[in-house]
Design a protein around this ligand. Structure first.
Ligand code: AMP
Ligand code: MG
Length: 406
């Protein structure tokens, strides 16, 4: 697949962006904040689970030998000597020839070797009538049968799921060491932009890239430091970056990188600075930039057209951010599907069209025009159709590559 020789290939720019974004050092966070993050260290069980022998049923702790003859027609009666609800901390000792009423999760009394479920008894409080014999060890959860103290129960690199979090909580842990979220500053540029709530003057539009990319950052697992907007003014743009970049691991800008005048991002970061502005052989999303800002903070400059901005985020930033957070599924799931229509694509550029993938018929239909300002179509698409650099025409019925955004 050959990109136009006067442009940087998509794969090359993806590498450049990925190399810029590096993991933060491991951080110990409260359990709840670890959800969805990769563990930075193995978790070794500080205790066993269960921590003590306990009952798996509501019933009666007894000696199996005392009820060996019990049947429906010839039940055995035992005095109930103790009542052991869950949470009782003084563990009694069972005297042979007696029963202890016991609840699920309550500690098994010393000396007892089986549990009779309440359903096989008359549920007596002072005396219990037992209608069924039980072998030794029945309905007892043994200490350590789930987890033995000292074993590695979660591994570095594993992503914390609700279940993993539950296990850590069961082990008495209140914190986990994780690879922290990337903190991203999203800066929108454009003198034409205003925020919701302000009436529009002719020529003005509501700012949308900031809200959209901030959401995309969070959706990718990242954290948004701030999402300010500035006009096409180098001083104001630079001041905005300085005001917010201190906490950021990455700066993402939109707009101001094309070939026109008033290209504020290019003007502020261009020649002499450590940002390289390039044309990437891709549609949409041709004008791109990447480098570092003051203090070495990585900066990736996306084009301003909303579709270009979001597709660029999908192609370059989402995988790089997820990789830097140690998350395993850095790529959207890829599949092929049968195209329902003829499509054209610019030769020498990789095209990403918005599409609707139908898993039932295994087909994909291009959705909306390829133009990069049609946000409405993007909002209802469920996939990106990827047409490679060598492709100029694709006929209906061909199988094409699809990025599943669902
Ligand atoms: P630019 O890349 O700055 O030339 O912008 C390209 C197009 O995207 C123009 O039509 C801009 O008005 C539009 N645009 C740029 N930034 C934003 C934004 N943050 N929200 C909505 N539209 C934008
Ligand atoms: Mg602009």
């Amino acid at each position: 697949m050959r990109a136009r020789s006067d442009m940087r290939s998509v794969d090359e720019h993806r590498r450049v962006v990925a190399d810029l974004i590096t993991p933060r050092p491991a951080l110990t966070v409260p359990l709840a904040d670890a959800l969805g993050l990769a563990l930075a260290a193995d978790v070794v069980a500080p205790l066993s689970l269960p921590g003590f022998d306990n009952s798996a049923m509501d019933g009666y702790a007894v000696l199996a030998g005392d009820i060996a003859a019990a049947t429906d027609s010839a039940p055995v009666q035992l005095p109930v000597a103790e009542d052991i609800p869950a949470g009782r901390t003084d563990i009694p000792t069972l005297t042979p020839g007696t029963a202890h009423r016991i609840m699920t999760g309550a500690p098994l009394p010393f000396g007892a070797d089986t549990v009779v479920p309440v359903e096989s008894t008359d549920a007596g409080v002072h005396t219990v009538t037992i209608r069924e014999a039980k072998p030794v060890g029945r309905h007892i959860r043994r200490a350590g049968e789930d987890v033995t103290e000292g074993t590695t129960v979660l591994h570095a690199g594993q992503v914390v799921t609700p279940a993993a979090l539950g296990l850590a909580a069961a082990l008495g842990l209140s914190e986990l060491s994780v690879i922290p979220r990337q903190r991203v500053l999203v800066v929108s540029t454009g003198t034409e932009l205003v925020t919701a709530g302000t009436p529009l003057q002719p020529g003005q539009i509501y700012e949308s890239n900031g809200a959209m990319l901030a959401a995309a950052v969070r959706d990718a697992g990242g954290e948004v430091v701030a999402s300010p907007m500035t006009g096409d003014d180098v001083e104001a743009f630079t001041a905005t970056l300085r005001a917010h970049a201190g906490d950021a691991d990455l700066i993402v800008t939109t707009g101001g990188v094309s070939a026109g005048a008033y290209e504020v991002v290019k003007d502020a970061l261009g020649p002499g600075e450590r940002v390289e502005f390039v044309k990437v052989a891709m549609q949409p999303g041709m004008p791109q930039g990447a480098g570092t800002w003051e203090g070495g903070t990585p900066i990736v400059t996306l084009p301003g057209n909303p579709v270009s901005a979001l597709v660029s985020f999908e192609v370059f930033l989402r995988p790089a951010l997820r990789a830097a957070m140690g998350l395993t599924d850095t790529q959207r799931p890829r599949r092929t599907a049968m195209l329902t229509e003829d499509l054209t694509s610019p030769r020498g550029k990789r095209q990403f069209r918005r599409g609707v993938f139908d898993p039932v018929t295994d087909t994909v239909t291009g959705y909306g025009p390829p133009a990069s300002h049609h946000l409405r179509w993007l909002a209802s698409a469920n996939c990106l159709l990827e047409l490679d650099e060598d492709t100029a025409e694709v006929a209906a019925g061909s199988r094409v590559q699809v990025w599943d955004l669902r």
